[in-house]
Write a protein of this length. Structure first.
Length: 501
């Protein structure tokens, strides 16, 4: 009997079909299922829906007669249509829900995960060796580099340091509106993209599915060829300038020197091995400085791998963590990406970027969008769902640890040593957002009070009893005692409620 191999929509690169003891045969027929129920369950960003469907359909076209592309209401229905109940293999899916599904279908055999550097069993051995405690990203990252001989000079890190953050946290250049980096790779749409857009329009008109955000033109790769072109463009033209300003934010230059490769990695179009190896080659050939290469390698081999592993290691209960007991619902203006309703220039600018592209880089995500949600006490599960739906690179495994652990501190410190939030001074230092803003970063109370500055102090006061015992937060908490206008500030912030800042 014929055995089929099932490719999920985030398993689209050639490494998911490489033959071997833990892969499909060279000529094994491939099944790709477009399940409408996925889009019914969540209100995704329109650009994300477009990208995923375009990538799936392009992959099926590349595979030709080898692929059976099925459109169905559910994955189960699609699998029955495609295989008629024949045996199926599939690489370990990237979400717990998908893993439960494939394990529940008779005749489906789950193969080891691909698309990551570290095997699950290897991470578990590392984590268990620490008693499951203090699983800090920095320690994991160094372990990965040593085990994979990545950016190493013998037993020592390349450039003599493991961490080049000191060189990679520069503010944006003043009196400039752009970093001036070479432009990133942008793909050209084709007939498949046109048909995807027609289908999305039809679903919306019929009321079957609704989306948020804007769609088009497609900004991110949907094929292996496009993804490789984007990787090469980044490494040859943009990597050298990536490091110094990777934490900076600029109103008119949202991409700076960032790689824009996260969606290609998370669709499976690129393998992390090839990304970090190409970056290391650029350093060894003298084409990029070590701080920029280390910063990129840290994102791919450090943070991405770390988040993927913690998603599985922490277990299903992790998604329900809410150590700070935040319960407020997300306001309508945030859910609808209504940037025009927002006065604060930083938040309005970033929310418009999400609305228009489904993407911002990691600092706006953490220190603006996530920080505002944390300060306002929004429910972390709802915040996680929003990030999952609204970002083109957002998947359950990506956003659950990033939001619950890193952004919302809802795990109480399992992942990070402190909450990541700040006042307007940080925004002013690391961006050019504050100049034209109606609010002032140094003002806490009154009409020009910065919502991040006031929100920061209100957050500290609300959680004072917990945070005053945190060594990294104790000094900030003591600062509350020096505020002569604290009562007025708290009354002001309570009055603001969920109104757009």
């Amino acid at each position: 009997m014929t055995t089929f191999h099932w490719l999920f929509g985030d398993q689209l690169g050639p490494h998911y079909l490489s033959p071997g003891p833990h892969g499909p045969g060279r000529d094994t027929p491939v099944v790709i299922i477009e399940a409408l129920s996925v889009f019914r369950r969540r209100r995704f960003h329109r650009a994300k829906a477009h990208l995923v469907l375009s990538a799936m359909r392009h992959r099926a076209a590349e595979l030709g007669d080898r692929a059976r592309y099925v459109r169905a209401e559910t994955y189960r229905e699609g699998l029955r249509k495609a295989t008629g109940g024949a045996p199926v293999t599939v690489h370990h899916p990237t979400s717990r829900a998908a893993l439960r599904l494939v394990n529940a279908i008779e005749g489906v055999r789950v193969l080891p995960a691909r698309g990551f550097l570290v095997a699950h069993e290897d991470f578990r051995a590392w984590a268990d060796g620490r008693g499951g405690q203090r699983l800090r990203q920095e320690d994991f990252y160094r372990w990965v580099r040593q085990n994979h001989d990545l950016l190493m000079d013998g037993a020592q890190p390349a450039g003599g340091r493991w961490n080049h953050d000191h060189d990679n946290r520069q503010p944006p250049p003043r009196k400039e509106i752009s970093l001036g980096a070479p432009p990133p790779y942008r793909p050209r749409e084709d007939d498949i993209d046109d048909q995807v857009r027609l289908d999305l329009d039809r679903w919306e008109r019929s009321g079957e599915v609704t989306f948020v955000g804007r769609d088009g033109p497609r900004l991110f790769p949907a094929t292996r060829r496009e993804a490789l072109a984007a990787l090469r463009r980044f490494v040859t033209e943009r990597l050298a300038g990536f490091g110094p300003h990777e934490d900076a934010m600029m109103s008119a230059d949202p991409v700076l020197s960032h790689s824009l490769l996260s969606s290609s990695l998370n669709l499976g179009l690129l393998d992390p091995h090839e990304c970090v190896e190409l970056a290391e080659q650029a350093w060894r050939s003298g084409d990029a400085p070590v701080n920029s290469v280390e910063g990129f390698v840290r994102q791919v081999a450090g943070w991405r791998e770390y988040v993927w592993q913690l998603y599985w290691y922490f277990g299903e209960d992790y998604r329900h963590r809410n150590a700070l007991r935040h319960q407020a619902p997300l306001p309508e203006w945030f859910l609808e990406l209504d940037a025009e309703a927002v006065t604060a220039h930083c938040l309005a600018t970033v929310l418009a970027q999400v609305r228009d592209t489904g993407w911002t880089h990691h600092i706006p995500r953490l220190m603006l969008l996530g920080s505002h949600a944390l300060q306002r006490g929004w429910n972390p599960a709802a915040v996680t769902d929003w990030f999952h739906r609204c970002f083109i690179d957002g998947y359950d495994w990506v956003m659950l640890p990033n939001v619950v652990g890193m952004s919302q501190y809802a795990d109480g410190g399992l992942m990070t040593t402190k909450p990541y939030t700040s006042g307007g001074a940080y925004v002013q230092r690391m961006s050019d957002f504050c100049g034209p803003c109606a609010f002032r970063p140094t003002v806490r109370v009154g009409e020009t009070a910065c919502p991040f500055t006031a929100g920061y102090w209100a957050f500290l006061q609300r959680h004072r009893s917990r945070l005053e015992h945190n060594p990294r937060m104790a000094q900030a908490v003591r600062g509350l005692d020096r505020l002569t206008d604290l009562d007025a500030l708290l009354e002001q912030e309570q009055g603001r409620g969920d109104a757009p800042p």
